[in-house]
Write a protein that binds this ligand. Structure first.
Ligand code: AMP
Length: 189
């Protein structure tokens, strides 16, 4: 199985590139952010997720891990999975390892998109014009998402680095240039 963790700060291009990887390798694409946004906003779980995501805070690990595992189990015949926006904390990374190990599988690679903070802010404000996402439109929420990334999420890269699985990819350029860099990293693995 090809299990790719597509990593990077908000606005790095994970969603866009996940679609390219999905097409090319025939993988299942799981974005925890998309799963949270698709929840019924009137349900208890939907309200809970929104209370965190609207402010740019992380949804608690126990809820997120459960949601992720349920989503993976929906695709028993997958050739592999692109994990987009998960894991975002070290406990989530540990839970994913355990979950995959029980299925005799493992994370193949972490592909980490590297983009400067100024560029991220510009991209998110641009995306807000069409995404309709509250968390893209407010500079204070964007800053909180970036700060949360630095504090809680960036350490996840070290977790995979220690396993020899981290590949850093320059996330600035045209969409197709970045896609090619990702393909090259997977090929040379
Ligand atoms: P995203 O679409 O990846 O930008 O995620 C949007 C929001 O969903 C985040 O700001 C978090 O509130 C929540 N979220 C998505 N993935 C996770 C995760 N792995 N852990 C915790 N919260 C998450």
């Amino acid at each position: 199985m090809l299990n790719l963790v597509l990593f990077g700060p908000p606005g790095a291009g994970k969603g866009t590139q996940a679609e390219k990887l999905k097409e090319n390798y025939g993988l299942v694409h799981i974005s925890t952010g998309d799963v949270f946004r698709a929840l019924d906003p009137e349900s208890e779980l939907g309200k809970l997720a929104k209370s965190y995501s609207d402010k740019g805070n992380l949804v608690p690990d126990d809820v997120t891990i459960q949601i992720l595992e349920q989503e993976v189990l929906k695709h028993p015949d997958a050739k592999g999975v692109i994990y987009d926006g998960f894991p975002r904390t070290t406990p989530q990374a540990e839970a994913l390892d355990k979950f995959l190990e029980a299925k005799d599988s493992e994370v193949t690679l972490m592909l980490s998109l590297v983009v400067s903070e100024d560029e991220l802010k510009t991209r998110l404000l641009e995306r807000a014009k069409t995404s309709g996402r509250k968390d893209d439109a407010d500079p204070n929420i964007i800053q909180n998402r970036i700060d949360t990334y630095k504090k809680s999420t960036a350490p996840v890269a070290s977790y995979y680095k220690s396993q020899g699985k981290l590949r850093e990819i320059n996330g600035v350029g045209t969409i197709s240039e970045i896609t090619q860099r990702l393909f090259d990293a997977i090929k040379t693995n």
